[in-house]
Design a binder for this molecule. Structure first.
Ligand code: NCD
Ligand code: ZN
Length: 345
């Protein structure tokens, strides 16, 4: 029985850090375990220009806990008015590592996202030329499409056409939630990667809706049927290089989660690695944990892997806070619904 595992220090390829007090409150949960993270640009006023990305990066660095070494990998939020030259310059200078595509209205702070995908074609062509990856929130927003079908429909109607029209564009299907997405990713060449969250490996839609509604399990894309969760588990633990960790840790205060119209997002940064180690062990794939958390992401982004390591041990139940305090109120930490027994030493 394995009781200890040492892996390269992980990175998080999809993370929401927010800003101001919330940023300062949640950042330590990530920096205690992760070396780098792709920082989502969906602030209340989104990070659209390189000047905004510089300022946001500086605010993150200023909020780092004492002694933390953490590199925020910045992204720009794609709008129909995004300037290809500004984006190319931000990439050339090393400021940004990706551009983020939100379909307008798909999720939190996505109102300035894209409605007409043909209008961003010139930017995408430029990105393909310069090798700048596109992170995609893959859900259509049409009201006549059932919310549980929005990812699968997006693949057919938006993602695949974009990929065919823009050869060479490096695309990350983010936080995939369906077997359809797993199958699509597996059928593509190595210009396509896919991130999988921690919580989508653990919950299905029953966790949200059966026996009472559980707002802390509500996130977007929403968790699907069990067969889809199992497909995600299979993909994440498979050792295939196209699949890597993007936690999508997305803190909202409890006050904003527990509303008649509550916010979407699960806050998983504090216990993600414990949950993952247990999931990989349960599936008999602990040897593939390091690839998922620490090797496949850097390979896709063309970045070096981290040189330092973390060690996790299996033992007494792992302790982690049930919530973290912020000046705006508590933020509940994702509860997998069972005891965890892997801890980062
Ligand atoms: C994210 C957020 O709160 O910013 N919410 C979520 O449910 N995942 C946005 C997103 O990634 O969709
Ligand atoms: Zn997200």
């Amino acid at each position: 029985m394995t009781s200890s595992i040492t892996i390269r220090r992980p990175d998080d390829w999809h993370l929401h850090l927010r800003d101001g007090d919330m940023l300062r409150a949640v950042l330590p949960a990530t920096t205690q375990h992760f070396a780098r993270a792709i920082i989502m640009p969906n602030l209340v006023s989104p990070v659209v220009t390189s000047a905004q990305a510089v300022a946001y990066r500086d605010r993150i660095l200023a909020a780092l806990p004492e002694g933390a070494t953490f590199e925020p990998l910045m992204t720009l939020y794609l709008t129909e008015a995004s300037d290809p030259n500004d984006i190319a310059a931000a990439h050339a200078s090393g400021l940004i590592k990706a551009v983020k595509l939100y379909p307008a209205g798909a999720t939190t702070n996505s109102a300035s996202g894209v409605s007409h995908f043909d209008r961003v074609a010139p930017v995408l062509e430029r990105m393909a030329e310069i090798g700048l990856p596109l992170c995609v929130h893959g859900e259509v927003t049409d009201h006549d499409i059932d919310i549980f079908d929005r990812e699968a429909v997006f693949i057919d109607r938006v993602l695949d056409p974009i990929r065919r029209a823009t050869p060479g564009l490096r695309v990350i299907m983010e936080h995939i939630t369906t077997k359809n997405a797993v199958d699509y990713a597996r059928a593509q060449d190595d210009t396509l990667g896919a991130t999988i969250t921690t919580h989508h490996l653990v919950i299905n839609r029953n966790h949200i809706l059966a026996g009472g509604i559980k707002p802390h399990y509500y996130c977007l894309p929403v968790a699907k049927r069990e067969e889809h969760r199992l497909a995600l588990r299979d993909a994440a633990t498979s050792g295939e290089a196209r699949f890597f960790l993007g936690t999508d840790s997305a803190p909202h205060t409890d006050a904003n989660k527990l509303l008649p119209c509550g916010c979407a997002g699960c806050f998983t940064a504090p216990n993600t690695l414990s949950i993952l180690a247990q999931a990989f062990e349960d599936d008999g794939k602990l040897e593939n944990l390091e690839g998922f958390t620490s090797l496949h992401g850097p390979a896709f982004y063309g970045l070096p892997v981290n040189t330092d390591t973390i060690t996790m041990i299996k033992g007494a139940p792992t302790t982690y806070p049930s919530h973290i305090d912020t000046p705006d109120g508590p933020v509940t930490v994702f509860d997998p619904g069972y005891d965890l027994n892997w801890s980062v030493t």
